[in-house]
Design a protein around this ligand. Structure first.
Ligand SMILES: Nc1ncnc2c1ncn2[C@@H]1O[C@H](COP(=O)(O)OP(=O)(O)OP(=O)(O)O)[C@@H](O)[C@H]1O
Length: 281
């Protein structure tokens, strides 16, 4: 399927910080999570996609249209939720709903009311007077009902309590199932990544480490406990300690163990957060 969003050799310099070159394609029906260390450039990459900051090099296309071109019709197909909603503090939830809903032809009022009810958001209080978590709940309740093709969320669950994180994950899964849609999100929450992401796009200090299919990533690393560690390198070996070996190619590693008659006491899959930490080392 043709990608909805395409980044080709995207580059940006922000006061001495170099972001890119980054290339990436986002297809419909997928959730892509940008994952990286703090300050690695994830939020700036989202802003570049939304044409909120200027590119220094490369190009970004949404539905085939360059984001920095004269035709801005692509913006109608995207909802962007930044980490901090700018200019909302003086408005109540009711005001914001009245301002936002008429702008979207597929506004889902039933979903808005359901989310407000699920999260218990007061609609009569000014946005600026709400706690960060309640602000995030209201912002999400004003984002998903827009029913745009693409949803871009910058750390959507960062301030939420644990039960609400689960609610958001379930709502996003349901939102994706309604029609062909795509989500890009940034997150530091392993649960979000495990439950939601189809692809992880890893960024470190402004540089792309790679785009990984989450399910393949989870099966692609294994830890083995051995009675005796082989002296030489083992195929697929990523790291070793006295009796533990971590492999990034379990098939090759296990084949080698069989050929060399090496006893494996135990083995297990690595947790997603361990794999991410290894890749971002
Ligand atoms: N307002 C700003 N002024 C100057 N430099 C900035 C500004 N915002 C970001 N930067 C620079 O851009 C880099 C990338 O920041 P960005 O916010 O995109 O990272 P991030 O990956 O989203 O971080 P985090 O995980 O902490 O949210 C930072 O390291 C910083 O050097």
């Amino acid at each position: 399927m043709l990608p909805w969003i395409e980044l080709k050799d995207v580059r940006k310099e922000i006061e001495g910080f170099q972001l890119g070159p980054i290339s990436l394609a986002v297809e419909p029906g997928t959730i892509t999570a940008f994952v990286g260390n703090n300050g690695s450039g994830k939020s700036n990459l989202l802003k570049l996609i939304m044409n909120l900051v200027n590119l220094d090099g490369g190009e970004i296309r949404v539905f085939g249209k360059p984001v920095n071109g004269a035709d801005e019709s692509w913006k109608r197909h995207i909802t962007f939720q930044p980490q901090i909603a700018v200019g909302w503090n003086a408005y109540t939830g009711n005001d914001l709903q009245k301002l936002i809903a008429p702008l979207y032809t597929k506004w889902d009022q039933a979903l808005f009311e359901r989310m407000i009810e699920l999260f218990g958001v007061p609609l009569d209080k000014r946005f600026g007077k709400l706690s960060p978590g309640v602000q995030q709940k209201l912002t999400l309740s004003l984002a998903l009902p827009r029913s745009t093709d693409i949803l871009i969320l910058d750390e959507p669950t960062a301030s939420l309590d644990i039960p609400s994180k689960t609610v958001v994950m379930d709502l996003l899964v349901e939102w994706m199932e309604k029609e062909d849609r795509a989500v890009i999100m940034t997150s530091h929450q392993p649960d979000d990544l495990r439950k939601l992401a189809d692809y992880l796009f890893l960024i470190q200090d402004g540089q792309a480490i790679g785009r990984y299919e989450k399910d393949l990533l989870i099966t692609g690393f294994r830890r083995y406990w051995l009675t005796a560690m082989p002296a030489g390198p083992v195929p697929g070996e990523l790291s070793r300690s006295t009796n533990q070996l971590v492999s990034e190619n379990p098939y090759a590693t296990e084949q080698y163990f069989v050929e060399q008659e090496i006893d494996v006491i135990d083995d297990n899959a690595l947790e997603l957060e361990d794999i991410i930490s290894l890749l971002l080392k």
